[in-house]
Design a protein around this ligand. Structure first.
Ligand code: NAD
Length: 276
């Protein structure tokens, strides 16, 4: 049931992951991260998406502690950065993330980018952490179909999640179909196109017809498409606005109009050609 911020999808191993969460990319460590994550949890968010790269795991961890919400009701994702794949230090990186977060497990641990010739070894470490129950689910990020196929040729555990750039201008229909068949939950990063989709005329027309904002329409389109979504904001009004999407439904004609906007336009890096 998709009727509240706490609604969740069952991953293929049975672990429940909220459809909706807060992204914290570029949120500075310290008061801003602490207060925005606490605000989100107070507003009903239960899922937080961070990464070693974001350098704000300490603040996310502090917010979790200060939130007053029991740890087991929250769903915390973090990711291992590319350098640790290249240095074969994935397990150490995991320990560092866990220490910074102040947690004894994370809900979802992701390989941040498919570093060539390295992600399969990294996956072995994630599988070990999973078997040791230090993480409730493991997954990948920025993996195209061929990366997943390659990974699965030597994997024991199939990834539970693939987090990729996904928004109306880059709606990834083939990857979504593939992941659905494989029971890999797709998750959208930059769901709002990092703020660059918020004056689109087609989206504006649909938003006006529902008395909603463009951001709300896009995020509703995500969850109606069974895409986990993690918009980022540090402002209380937007954190609340983004989550206020459970009181309206996009019609199939609205959905089709948004589906038709796909131009395969990325705002972020290309997983087949990145230089970091
Ligand atoms: P986003 O699409 O969530 O856009 C965020 C920006 O949109 C904000 O900075 C704000 O300026 C604006 N915004 C948010 N809500 C708004 C509203 N209601 N009205 C007007 N403007 C609004 O972009 P993102 O932060 O890049 O992506 C979301 C999350 O995905 C990140 O925070 C991070 O957790 C994750 N992410 C993962 C990867 C990856 O490689 N796995 C890459 C980028 C981001």
């Amino acid at each position: 049931m998709l009727n509240s911020l706490q609604s969740s999808t069952a991953l293929h191993n049975g672990v429940n992951m909220p459809w909706f969460g807060l992204g914290v990319y570029k949120v500075p460590v310290g008061a801003v991260a602490l207060e925005s994550v606490k605000m989100a949890i107070k507003a009903g968010y239960r899922s937080i998406d961070t990464a070693a790269l974001y350098e704000n795991e300490e603040s996310v961890g502090q917010a979790i502690k200060e939130s007053g919400v029991p740890r087991e009701e929250l769903f915390i994702t973090t990711k291992v950065w590319n350098e640790d794949l290249r240095n074969n230090s994935v397990e150490e990186a995991f320990e560092t993330s866990l220490r910074k977060l102040g947690l004894d497990y994370v809900d979802l641990y992701l390989i941040h980018w498919p570093v060539k010739d390295k992600y399969k070894d990294a996956w072995k470490v994630l599988e070990k952490l999973y078997k040791e129950k230090r993480v409730r689910a493991i997954g990948v990020s920025n993996f195209n179909i061929h990366h997943i196929e390659d990974l699965m040729s030597s994997a024991e555990v199939k990834p539970m999640v693939n987090q990729v750039e996904l928004h109306p201008l880059h709606s990834q229909p083939e990857l979504r179909d593939y992941c659905k068949k494989q029971e890999i939950q797709i998750e959208a990063w930059a769901p709002l196109g990092q703020g660059r989709l918020l004056d689109h005329p087609v989206l504006q027309e649909i938003a006006s017809s529902h008395h909603k904002s463009i951001a709300q329409v896009i995020l509703r389109w995500d969850i109606q498409n069974e895409i986990v979504t993690i918009p980022k904001s540090i402002r209380e009004s937007r954190i609340k606005e983004n989550a206020n999407i459970f009181d309206f439904t996009l019609s199939s004609s609205d959905m089709e109009k948004i589906n038709a906007l796909n131009e395969n336009q990325r705002f972020g890096a290309d997983p087949d050609n990145f230089n970091f």
